[in-house]
Design a protein around this ligand. Sequence first.
Ligand code: NAI
Ligand code: CS2
Length: 487
Amino acid sequence: MLSVEQLPPDTQLTTYDRSGLRTRMLHIGFGAFHRAHQAVCCDKLAQEAGSDWGYCEVNLNSGELIAALRAQSLQYTVTEMADDHLSTRVIGVITAALHAKSDGVNRVIDAMCQPDIAIVSMTVTEKGYCHSPATGELNLSHPSIQHDLAHPDEPISLPGFILAGIKRRRAWGLAPFSVMSCDNMPGNGHVTRNVIIQLAEQQDSDLARYIRQHLTFPSTMVDRIVPAMTADSLQKLSRRLGTCDPVAVECEPFFQWVIEDNFVNGRPEWEKAGAELVANVLPFEEMKLRMLNGSHSFLAYLGYLAGYEHISDCMHDNHFLNAARTLMLSEQAPTLQIHGVDLHAYANALIARYQNRAIKHRTDQIASDGTQKLPQRWLDSIRWHLNHGSRFDLLALGVAGWMRYVSGVDERGNPIAIKDPLKILLMQRVSDSDDGENRITALLTINTVFGHDLVHNSRFRARLSFFWQQLHQQGARATVAQLMTSY
Ligand code: NAI
Ligand code: CS2
């Protein structure tokens, strides 16, 4: 358990009066990222600008972190790590914490109905939205959505929980809240609005109309590299901190948060803690999703196959470093519609961030949930190149790398532990095909990922098949190296 008194003397401690905080935001998904991003921003506001915005944290699935947080007075540490710098801060801005399964669904819905709650935000990973990543539509046959349609007052899905909160608030005559997604999806506010309204329409069209008229769903672009903590990283950090904080996270120093300024019931002055409030976030989201996350996924699949455990290990291989940079600048940047940002400088800064050896960001962590990530990271860009007749070899190699990865056996013949909500479908498609052309067809016809168009595009198929064969014949390292000689 965290003992604040034992922390090193240079730790940034909480000096504001925590009893003056009000629970004005409820956040669903108390994972590594939220702890190192939105919570830090809110903490800085309390510390430096006298803000009284506090968080009620909620986890729907696992309860361990919530229990650990409660055991240490709702405080935890965030440590920024760079090769030459390490700094720790105590986060004190949490005022309540709930775990839906052990505290009960009703407690969570009631917490959304506290009069002070003005914002419900979330970081539940892409799969938490129960949508089709290719279209953004709610997947009505998703098991959790099926459950919530049958039991709307006992929800288990994120859309189901938020809808139940909106419904109860409205019934109690309380002002609505804003709903803010902080997950890595383009138009994350639109996706959230879509899934909640589509679920509401199945139950009560009047409630759906109310949501359209009275709630807002601001989109956000969020950026900070926050690797999952492991037993090993936690042990090393505990030694450095002089106390064991099971809720601790490590992250890079970089922080960016671009928020659509569209809130119905007030918001913290996030701009005082480094966030940018803008009218349209989409160009920022697409820039970040394609240049950062797109190159991350490339390094994750190809790097894993090449035997690199971490993103920083990939950066020691010059071909991989050049491939990531070329992917950003030659294949992703041309697809963007952002003005006033120097994309060369942005790409250079990303490479420098990937080179941070103090951050142990595992390639197999980023490789997880590929079916939820590929459309926004690669596939929209591939469509752009197909329309413009331009070169997209690195993107095609990325897709071939993903197919090779989800085929489940690495280049040394060892099994790969696939983590993906469509894992069963992926395994079926893999086992029903041999590792030639029909594997490519079997995977490309997963329409919720690839839509209906790409499987029929002969130019795309040709590049994909070429790299698929290259990966089988000579492996990921040689394929990346060879491709980079032609750029
Ligand atoms: P994490 O695994 O530490 O936390 C995920 C959270 O989502 C947990 O609280 C978990 O209970 C919840 N969750 C998972 N599946 C869910 C479901 N089906 N329904 C409801 N809740 C569910 O992951 P982390 O690092 O916090 O990342 C979460 C998301 O934040 C990412 O998927 C991404 O969209 C976004 N993000 C992460 C960054 C990072 O570097 N870690 C940076 C930028 C954005
Ligand atoms: C990563 C992101 O896990 C992944 O898929 O690409 O979480 C990445 O670390 C963040 O988006 C950086 O802001």
